[in-house]
Design a protein. Structure first.
Lengths: 205, 205
DNA sequence: ACTACCTTTGACCACCTGGTTAAACCAAAT
DNA sequence: ATTTGGTTTAACCAGGTGGTCAAAGGTAGT
């Protein structure tokens, strides 16, 4: 840590993250962000002009965090099974530390889907390139008889959904925080195993 | 249809569903619900007293719709593979007709997780019984070496997530409405196949 | 001491929000 | 025709909302 002392602007942004992540755009209050940052409400407007602006900053940050790892791992030089394992393990850990993030993102996307593409350019990330990589590996490395796109979506679904649905799982089945932690821990091995087992069924002989 | 003429109360509830599903609790406006129903705002209060009340009515209805099918199918007399197929097919169809529902539910659960259990009782539904059924089938009918709970969550994840993430998928990969419809259609066969392929890997020999 | 510039604050405002109320409406019963 | 009861409306209100603004504070250069 070079500069542990946060600037006011950073403190406001972090406060905004906490508030927006937990309450969403409509539920968040500028006053609450200010309180959370320990500053006057006008100061929030001073640095970010209006609610839309600061929300966008928060959203882009969250989106970048979620997407960056995905891209990095799937573009790397590993074998496909290794990528899946690395990805799931990383995502489950990351998401259970930031449980609000995925739902926050999904909600944001319903409201302003247009901005996604420009956001991808900002992060220097190409969906086509990513899919092309996955396609290559599924078709040429493993020679599987299945649409790579469905595999990709399945990987995301199995990693993300259980985190998003945490309150559902926890209340319905009465899991304690420890138990749900244990459950997520298990998924790091269960999910890659599940996916690789499934892929075996698609092997062309 | 015995009585195609809707009462005012029903029209208000349906308007409220549309508004709440699309905008969530905080984003919804009592005025908008009234407009959508074509009535005066006071009428909404006349029938439902306050915003919390009408939201709860909408939420319970949505939750019941989503849970009912799940329970019905998994308690039925089919074989496990048939259940999976039936469930996925039904869910994908139902959800793509009601794309806002799952995200609406997930958001609601973050805000008021306590009410879930009472809601289960209202619908006469026992999570324990459901899990017990799945446990029996996975362990005794198929004799698989995997925790049934993870399978259950995987089934939900693979059915629900792609619908929730529709805006993400559609914008990132530039799918038209037709293409995404085609994609969901494919999933009705791809997902059961994927799951059953995976389960084969867990067969005890 | 003065200036110049960025930062921070309290007071304020126009507008919107959920909610209330009293009066009007209207169909059925008397 | 009048009463009665549920239904529907317009007008209104208190509190909260995002946002503005002028002034005060603070800091570095002169």
């Amino acid at each position: 840590m070079e500069n542990p002392v946060k600037t006011t602007e950073e403190r406001i942004l972090e406060a905004a993250k906490r508030v927006f992540h937990a309450k969403g755009y409509d539920g968040a209050r500028m006053q609450e962000i200010a309180d959370e940052a320990g500053v006057n409400k006008s100061l929030v407007h001073y640095y970010y002009r209006n609610k839309d602006n600061i929300f966008q900053a928060v959203f882009e940050d969250a989106f970048a965090q979620l997407i960056a790892a995905l891209n990095e791992i799937f573009i790397s030089e590993r074998t496909f099974p290794s990528k899946i394992e690395t990805f799931i393990s990383y995502y489950v850990t990351f998401l259970s530390k930031n449980p609000y993030l995925p739902l926050f993102i999904l909600n944001g996307l319903y409201e302003k889907p247009e901005q996604i593409k420009t956001m991808f350019e900002k992060i220097h990330l190409s969906p086509d390139h990513l899919m092309q990589q996955i396609h290559l590996q599924v078709k040429e490395e493993l020679n599987l008889d299945i649409d790579p796109f469905h595999i990709f979506i399945n990987i995301l679904a199995l990693s993300i959904f259980p985190v998003v649905a945490r309150p559902l799982i926890q209340t319905i089945f009465g899991f304690s925080n420890e138990q749900i932690g244990q459950f997520y821990e298990e998924r790091k091995t269960v999910v890659p195993e599940f996916i690789l087992n499934a892929l075996k069924g698609y092997e062309k002989r």
